[in-house]
Design a protein around this ligand. Structure first.
Ligand code: HEM
Length: 295
């Protein structure tokens, strides 16, 4: 199925032309997992810029950075003089992408979705845009093997811990994940239950809601822990401290992009998260792949 959403209705360059000339184009990737796919397909050297969530592999971190993927500006994107922008589903706001497209830049935007099938589709779309269809098919196939192995490991665990995922985004309030987020989907894949089901998306932290959620485990990103000055400071909150997770000191932390990126490392992330959520089950890590080594 063709999942390409070309925002640039009037763009002069067709997708076929883009694929044929990908090697000579100036390509910008916005969205950490989109960038990971580009590198996993062996096309990292086609990139002239990325967004600030493109932290992996480390080579991506060396490229010009046009800012946070959810807060893009047309000026920032156009400053790199790109021919093609590969944009993750989280890229926005829409107005910034539309303005960039109307300046004649081809934009390939991935569809939102937090399932393994959606990741395979993202890999295929990026592969087509880069003229690397065979590499994309091979990557998706290997990822499928990894995810199946991770899910088989998860199935061996008998516990179903209730998980509260919290995130600090910029200078705003601490946010709590409800349903239909990447974090919610990861919790399910790793054999947990999201402790917050009353709303979709993210909402600011409220002590009352956390008390009702009664999580067994508090799940945080490394970036959130760093921004807030450590796990102890976060657990100083009386409502969090009083939850089963707070009482038992069960706080799990993972890198945001690895945990919730839904990219080529998804199988590995499921296995690693599951090992932390079900310590009693001795879930084994998956064997390394070329694109799971950060260098
Ligand atoms: C490079 C550092 C960052 C990474 C890797 C990162 C990654 C993420 C991830 C994984 C999510 C959760 C997506 C989901 O569960 O569906 C998220 C959500 C969010 N982030 Fe970031 N983020 C970063 C920096 C920032 C910054 C600097 C801001 C604010 C200026 C910010 C604001 C937000 C907001 C508001 C959300 C919630 C989005 C929603 O309501 O759907 N993040 N981010």
């Amino acid at each position: 199925m063709n999942r390409i959403v070309a925002v640039a209705a009037a763009a002069a360059i067709t997708m076929a032309a883009v694929a044929a000339h990908a090697a000579s184009l100036r390509i910008v990737s916005v969205g950490g997992s989109t960038t990971e796919i580009v590198y996993a397909l062996g096309a990292g050297d086609t990139l002239v810029g990325v967004d600030s969530t493109s932290l992996y592999p480390s080579a991506a971190d060396e490229l010009p950075d046009i800012g946070y993927v959810r807060q893009l500006s047309a000026e920032g994107l156009l400053s790199l003089n790109p021919d093609l922008i590969l944009a993750g589903a989280e890229a926005g706001p829409a107005a910034a992408l539309e303005q960039t497209a109307s300046a004649g830049v081809e934009i390939v935007k991935l569809e939102e979705g937090f399932t393994p099938e959606e990741v395979y589709a993202h890999i295929a779309t990026v592969g087509t845009a880069l003229g690397r269809e065979d590499e994309a098919a091979a990557l998706a196939e290997t990822l499928k093997t990894d995810i199946e192995q991770a899910l088989a490991e998860v199935a061996t665990s008998s516990s179903k811990p209730r998980i509260l995922f919290m995130l600090q985004g910029g200078r705003g309030p601490m946010l709590v994940s409800g349903r239909h987020t990447a974090a919610d989907a990861m919790i399910e894949l790793a054999g947990g239950v999201n402790a917050v089901t009353e709303f979709d998306g993210y909402k600011p932290f409220s002590p009352e809601a956390v008390t009702v959620a009664a999580p067994d485990v508090i799940l945080l990103t490394d970036q959130t822990v760093e921004a807030l000055g450590g796990v102890e400071k976060i657990l100083a909150d009386a409502a969090l401290a009083a939850t089963p997770a707070g009482q038992n000191g069960r706080v799990v932390t993972m890198d945001a992009l690895y945990l919730a990126g839904f990219g080529p490392r998804l199988g590995h992330a499921i296995a690693d998260l599951a090992a932390k959520l079900h310590p009693e089950s001795e879930i084994a890590p998956l064997p390394e792949r070329p694109w799971t080594k950060a260098e």
